[in-house]
Write a protein that binds this ligand. Structure first.
Ligand code: URP
Ligand code: ZN
Ligand code: ZN
Length: 464
């Protein structure tokens, strides 16, 4: 199959220029000016006049089909990658989980089974580690060297579920110093949060907003400071996931200023929503129960500044949807509300509308934080994350004027609410290619389940 995308403006993390793109098979083969007369017969021509041609979004933080909080996240690899593609994202890195008392291999096999034959876009896995011991430390080497799983998530939060102690985190970090992996940290002080939760419940404070109030930003700042210190002593880079609070950002910034390889992602929910959402009537505040929680209004401006100055490397989604019925597990007790919210479909449009259109970031930075930086951070570059001959043809034709009014009735995520219900964003994909296959054309689904492939990722090559 040969497809010519003509008359578009190509945007990468560094360049912006008018050109045509020839896709042959699964890859971009030629980028050049006025290619039509030069490339012979093609099977399909897409006129991208007035549109941008950008690398497909890469979302390095999703939870498809994930058992959590007494239930399972609502999107599986089919519905989740399909929704991602509608939103302009063509590759996910999802979190496989080491089972309690089990091995990393068991977790990896389980996640391969979940995705196999279902994924519509390419995907890869991080590994969540619940037990750091001799065996699992040795398995880290195998995953990095042979399985293309080069990043590991550990938690200072969720005692009894995912929490591991500082010594375990430190040992895992030292291991990545040997094998080139990357430790991703959920940084909140879980044990202290549990005390605050217990005290709130004892006072009869059970509503969703107490989820936010029992997870103060200072405890995200404290845990961020701690994991950065551990990484500094282990002499390895560290990546903080779903950074929400300016207190945590300040720790990352100070570390980076003194030359420490501390990286962090934030998520659209922390840029576009706030603690006020917990005050929505009835039990609607439960829709926003996630960890870390939404922060008070004004915090988001610090995050935008962090994104501008590269103290925040990229924007992921932490897509972890639960339907309203599932959220009701915590009707009488906010601590029983499954933590997580949908976002895999809305990320690109929200960031275009609230970032590029509002003048907070330019187009190159948009491409960087949605695609190039995730690809580089997690070992997918240059196969993915940019537009160049030889790259996978994960390509999005992005219409900067296309309006979308978000609603659970029309979105493609398998969840019965949308955190941005009724919000109109300007800027959305018109065409989405995954390895040369056209998945979405003007809101029409042309993709198929099982066409997405597992991508083995590279380990870090540079010294810290
Ligand atoms: O609330 C969240 N973030 N749910 C998903 C699990 C995690 O901590 O990323
Ligand atoms: Zn987390
Ligand atoms: Zn997550």
């Amino acid at each position: 199959m040969r497809t010519l995308i003509k008359n578009g403006t190509l945007a990468t993390a560094s360049d912006l220029f008018k050109a045509d793109v020839l896709i042959e098979g699964e890859q971009i083969s030629v980028i050049g000016i006025d290619l039509a007369p030069k490339v012979g017969t093609v099977d399909k021509v897409i006129d991208a006049t007035g549109k941008y041609v950008i690398p497909g979004g890469i979302d390095p933080h999703t939870h498809m089909d994930m058992p959590f909080g007494g239930t399972t996240s609502a999107d599986d690899f089919e519905t989740g990658t399909r929704a991602a593609a509608f939103g302009g994202t063509t590759c996910l890195v999802d979190f496989a989980i080491q089972p309690q008392g089990g091995s990393l291999r068991q977790g990896l096999d389980e996640w391969h089974q979940k995705a196999q034959g279902k994924a519509c876009t390419d995907y890869s896995f991080h590994m969540i580690m619940r037990d750091v011991n001799k065996a699992s430390l040795a398995e880290m080497d195998t995953l990095v060297k042979h399985e293309g799983v080069t990043s590991f998530k550990l938690f200072t939060a969720y005692p009894g579920v995912f929490f591991v102690d500082d010594a375990s985190i430190f040992r895992a970090m030292q291991k990545t110093g040997e094998n080139g992996g990357l430790i991703c940290m959920h940084a909140e002080n879980g044990p202290v949060i549990d005390v605050l939760v217990e005290q709130a419940l004892a006072k009869g404070l059970t509503a969703p907003k107490y989820h936010g109030l029992t997870r103060p930003p200072r405890l995200e700042g404290e845990a961020s400071n701690r994991v950065i210190a551990l990484a500094e002593v282990a002499n390895v880079p560290v990546y903080i996931v779903h950074l929400s609070a300016k207190e945590a950002l300040q720790e990352v910034r100070e570390a980076r200023d003194r030359g420490v390889a501390a990286f962090a992602e934030t998520c659209p929910q922390y840029l576009f929503l706030s603690h006020d959402n917990y005050e929505e009537p009835g039990f609607d505040g439960s829709k926003y129960v996630m960890s870390p929680p939404l922060r008070t209004k004004g915090n988001e401006e610090s995050l935008w500044a962090g994104l501008k100055l590269d103290d925040l490397a990229l924007v992921a989604t932490d897509h972890c949807p639960f339907c309203k019925k599932e959220k009701e597990l915590g009707l009488d007790n906010f601590s029983k509300i499954p933590n997580g919210a949908p976002g895999v479909e809305t990320r690109m449009s929200l960031l275009w509308d609230g970032g590029v259109r509002k003048g907070r970031i330019d187009i190159n930075r948009f491409v960087q934080i949605t695609s190039t930086a995730p690809a580089k951070m997690f070992g997918l570059f240059p196969k993915k994350g940019t537009l160049a001959p030889g790259c996978d043809a994960d390509v999005v034709v992005f219409d900067p004027e296309k309006k979308v009014t978000w609603s659970h009735k029309t979105h493609h995520m398998r969840v019965d609410y949308n955190p941005y219900e009724g919000r109109t964003t300007v800027g959305a994909p018109s065409h989405v290619f995954s390895r040369g296959n056209l998945l979405v054309e003007n809101d029409k689904w042309l993709g198929k389940a099982g066409a997405g492939k597992f991508v083995k990722r590279n380990a870090r090559k540079t010294e810290v």
